[in-house]
Design a protein around this ligand. Structure first.
Ligand code: HEM
Length: 406
C-alpha cells in the first residue's frame, strides 16, 4: 500500500452558498471532466481520476469493467481526513455494497423484498405516526429547538427501527458509532472500536431472531436458509448504516434550504401535490449529500471522455458535480421544486443504486411536508452563516440547525 499524506484529492471547499457544491467542480466539468487526482491511500496506484460530467459518471456506474470491491479502491481522503494507516480489506461476508456480482447480486436479492415500493407504502402509516410524534415532541420542548436532534435524527432512527423490528436503544447505540465513523475524524484504533462495538450490539439481536424466525425482517431473512449469523450481522450493519447518516442529513439540510428559499417553500405550500411529484427528487439533486461521490476501480484499461483509465486505477464519480451539469438540468444551480429531475444521480445508478431509495423518499416527503405544515412560522434562530456545516464528513449536512417558531 502506498500513502501520500499531502496529496491533493477532491475539492471540498464550498463557496458562500451552503447548498452549492465546491465551486471548482464547474470549471472541471466544463474543461477537464476526467481530471487526474492523487489518492492519499491506495492499494497499488495512488494516481486516479475525478469524473465530473453527468453522462460520464452515469456511464461508469453502469459499466461492469469498473469494480466496487473494497480491497481494490483507493481512498477518497484528504487532509484533515485521517486513515492513512489503513489497508483496504475485502468486505466481510454479507456487507455487499462494496462487492461485485455475483456475490453482490446474491445478497442484494435477499434484501430487496424489504425495500420495494409496495413494502414501503405499507410502512407509510407508521412513518407518519413517527413523524407526528417527533413533531409533537419538538413542539413540547418549545422554541427554539435543534432540528437535527429533535426531528431529523429521531425520525430516521425510529423509521429504520420500525422497518427492521429492533429496539430504539439498540439503534441509539449503533447510530452513535456509525455517526462517529461518518465524520471521518477517527484514528485507526477508534475505527476498529466503532466497528467492533456495532457488531457487539447487533450480534445478540440477530442470534435471537434467527432462533425465533418470526415473520419480520430478520425472521424472513433467516427463513431463506441462505445466510450465516456472520452474514446476517453484516447485512444488518450495512442496512442500518445506509440509512443512519443519509436520511437525517437530507432532512435537516432540506429544511435549511427551504427556510432559506421561501419562494420555493411557498410553491410547495400552494401545491402540496408537488411533494408526490418531483420535489423530493429535486431536493436530492440540488443538495446531493454524498459529497465524496462514489468510487470505482478499473478492472482493465478503459477509454472515458478522451482519457485512458488504466487497470487498477480508481475513479471518483463526483455526484454533486454531475447533478449540477447544465447539459442535463436547465439552470442547474437553482432549486426548482416544480421540476422532476428524473436523471439525477443522488441515489447512485446501476447495480449499486440505493437499496433504501423508496424509504428515503417517503421519509423526506412525509417528514418535510408535516414539518412545514405543523410549524408554519418555522425560521432559523441563528444567522444562516452561523449554521455549522458538515463539509468534511462522508455526507454533507448540518451539525445543528437551531430553529424558532411562534
Ligand atoms: C437521502 C437518503 C439517501 C441517500 C442520499 C443515499 C445515497 C446512496 C447512494 C449514492 C448509493 C450508491 C453508492 C455507490 O454506488 O457507490 C447508495 C447505496 C445504498 N444505500 Fe442509500 N442513500 C439514502 C438512504 C438509504 C436508506 C434509508 C437505506 C436503507 C434503509 C440505504 C441503503 C443503501 C444500501 C444498502 C446501499 C448499497 C446498495 C448496493 O451496493 O447494492 N440508503 N445510497
Amino acid at each position: 500500500m502506498k500513502t501520500r499524506p499531502d496529496a491533493p484529492v477532491i475539492p471540498t471547499d464550498r463557496g458562500k452558498c451552503p447548498f452549492d457544491p465546491p465551486a471548482a467542480y464547474a470549471r472541471l466539468r466544463a474543461e477537464d471532466p476526467v481530471s487526474p487526482i492523487t489518492f492519499q491511500v491506495a492499494p497499488k496506484d495512488p494516481s486516479g481520476w475525478l469524473v465530473t460530467r453527468h453522462d460520464l459518471v452515469r456511464q461508469i456506474l453502469a459499466d461492469d469493467r469498473f469494480s466496487h470491491r473494497n480491497e481494490l479502491l483507493a481512498h477518497v481522503v484528504a487532509p484533515p481526513f485521517p486513515m492513512t494507516e489503513y489497508a483496504p480489506q475485502p468486505s466481510p461476508p454479507g456487507s455487499f455494497a462494496k462487492m461485485d456480482a455475483p456475490e453482490h447480486s446474491r445478497y442484494r436479492k435477499l434484501l430487496a423484498g424489504h425495500f420495494t415500493v409496495r413494502r414501503i407504502q405499507q410502512h407509510e402509516p407508521e412513518l407518519t405516526r413517527i413523524v407526528d410524534e417527533a413533531l409533537t415532541g419538538m413542539a413540547a420542548q418549545g422554541s427554539p429547538a435543534d432540528l437535527v436532534t429533535s426531528f431529523a435524527e429521531v425520525v430516521s432512527v425510529r423509521t429504520v427501527c420500525a422497518l427492521m423490528g429492533v429496539s430504539g436503544e439498540l439503534m441509539a447505540g449503533v447510530s452513535e458509532h456509525f455517526g462517529a465513523l461518518m465524520r471521518l475524524t477517527y484514528t485507526l484504533e477508534e475505527f476498529i472500536h466503532h466497528i467492533e462495538s456495532m457488531d457487539a450490539l447487533i450480534r445478540p439481536v440477530v442470534r435471537e431472531r434467527m432462533a425465533e424466525q418470526d415473520d419480520d425482517f430478520f425472521g424472513r431473512l433467516a427463513a431463506t436458509g441462505e445466510l450465516t449469523e456472520e452474514e446476517m450481522v453484516n447485512l444488518a450493519v450495512l442496512t442500518l448504516g445506509g440509512s443512519l447518516d443519509t436520511t437525517p442529513n437530507m432532512l435537516a439540510l432540506s429544511a435549511f434550504a427551504l427556510i432559506e428559499q421561501p419562494d420555493q417553500l411557498a410553491v410547495l405550500r400552494a401545491r402540496p401535490e408537488l411533494w408526490e411529484a418531483g420535489a423530493v427528487d429535486e431536493l436530492l439533486r440540488y443538495l446531493t449529500i454524498s459529497q465524496l461521490g462514489s468510487s470505482r476501480c478499473a478492472l482493465e484499461d478503459v477509454e472515458i471522455g478522451g482519457r485512458t483509465i488504466k487497470a487498477g486505477q480508481t475513479v471518483v464519480l463526483a455526484l454533486p458535480a454531475a447533478n449540477r451539469d447544465p447539459e442535463v438540468f436547465d439552470d442547474p444551480d437553482r432549486l426548482d421544486v416544480t421540476r422532476n429531475p428524473r436523471k439525477h444521480l443522488a441515489l447512485g445508478f446501476g447495480a449499486h443504486q440505493c437499496l433504501g431509495q423508496h424509504l428515503a423518499r417517503a421519509s423526506l416527503r412525509i417528514g418535510l411536508r408535516e414539518l412545514f405544515e405543523r410549524f408554519p412560522t418555522l425560521r432559523l434562530a441563528v444567522p444562516a452563516d452561523a449554521v455549522p456545516l458538515r463539509d468534511r464528513a462522508m455526507h454533507y449536512g448540518v451539525d445543528r440547525l437551531l430553529v424558532a417558531w411562534d
